[in-house]
Design a protein around this ligand. Structure first.
Ligand code: URA
Length: 283
């Protein structure tokens, strides 16, 4: 509705208080002989035309009036500060992993994922090495110092031993093996990954396996067994086929353990032969 002024001022005036609907209007009427009822009828008519303000005897400086909005703001009781939103890191990882439609996209999703503390201490992401689409996918634990430096899994001493083990059964990362880790960032001082770190990053690992499409998984060491199979006890589990992520899974000793306990290489050799036999049988 347009607002307009009701001109009812005059030199000599009388004030009437009128009740119009829910409003009490104070009406100053110049001494012009208008009676109460005529003045009221006149006012009602002007209000019907859209008048919202009256012209009064003394000017009103509306800029000097207190700002209604500011007043309303002041009246609002300050709300207590909101608690920082609890972020479900695993749910964020799940969404990011699911949205990744290829290995390069998954790598980009990991690069963009900021909710794992390990990322802050690591030099770079260690995503994978070898041949995507190979029949054998190896899952290690987490990058060490050399891997952190080079950005590739299993490139240090343990990695060199792994390459020799694979070569013994005609496997080679440059041709027919794909390699990744449970965690893509180096834990500080090579400490064991925490269960919450493994849980947070697991959606990425699962997606990694789904996109790489191997025929079999090799899980190396207890951390990988725990992450993929939900079990620990590598000495008992090694060399025995299990099932996870819709794939056959064989646990093996971690090459770093074999470097410390070379007498266990005999058992590792048996496990490699078991893997070879499965591949030859069509997996
Ligand atoms: N140990 C692992 O489990 N992964 C690596 O990449 C290196 C050492």
């Amino acid at each position: 509705m347009n607002s307009c002024m009701v001109g009812l001022s005059g030199r000599r005036s009388k004030v009437y208080s009128l009740s119009l609907g829910q409003k009490l209007v104070r009406l100053r009427v110049m001494e012009s002989g208008l009676d109460y009822h005529t003045a009221r009828a006149l006012l009602e008519w002007q209000i019907e035309l859209g008048a919202t303000d009256a012209i009064v005897d003394t000017p009103i400086d509306r800029y000097a009036l207190p700002d209604k909005a500011a007043k309303a703001k002041k009246a609002v009781v300050a709300e207590p500060p909101k608690k920082p939103e609890q972020i479900d890191a695993a749910a964020v990882a799940q969404r990011a992993a699911k949205a990744s439609g290829s290995l390069p996209e998954l790598r980009a999703s990991l690069e963009a994922y900021d909710l794992c503390e390990l990322k802050r201490g690591a030099r770079q992401l260690v995503f994978a090495d070898g041949t995507p689409g190979a029949r054998v996918m190896i899952i290690g634990e987490a990058p060490g110092r050399d891997e952190d430096r080079e950005g590739k899994p299993f490139v240090g001493r343990a990695g060199q031993l792994l390459d020799r083990m694979l070569a013994a059964i005609d496997l080679d990362r440059t041709q027919n093996v794909y390699i990744t880790n449970v965690l893509p960032w180096r834990p500080p001082q090579n400490r064991d990954p925490k269960p919450e770190e493994i849980g947070m990053m697991k959606p990425f690992l699962e997606r990694h396996v789904a996109l790489a499409k191997p025929d079999v998984l090799v899980v190396m060491g207890n951390i990988s067994c725990q992450a993929v199979l939900g079990k620990r006890g590598i000495t008992r589990l090694r060399g025995r086929w299990d099932q996870a992520l819709d794939l056959p899974v064989i646990p093996m000793f971690h090459p770093a353990y074999l470097l410390r306990q070379p007498q266990m290489k005999r058992q590792a050799w048996a496990d490699l032969l078991e893997l070879k036999a499965r591949l030859e049988a069509g997996a």
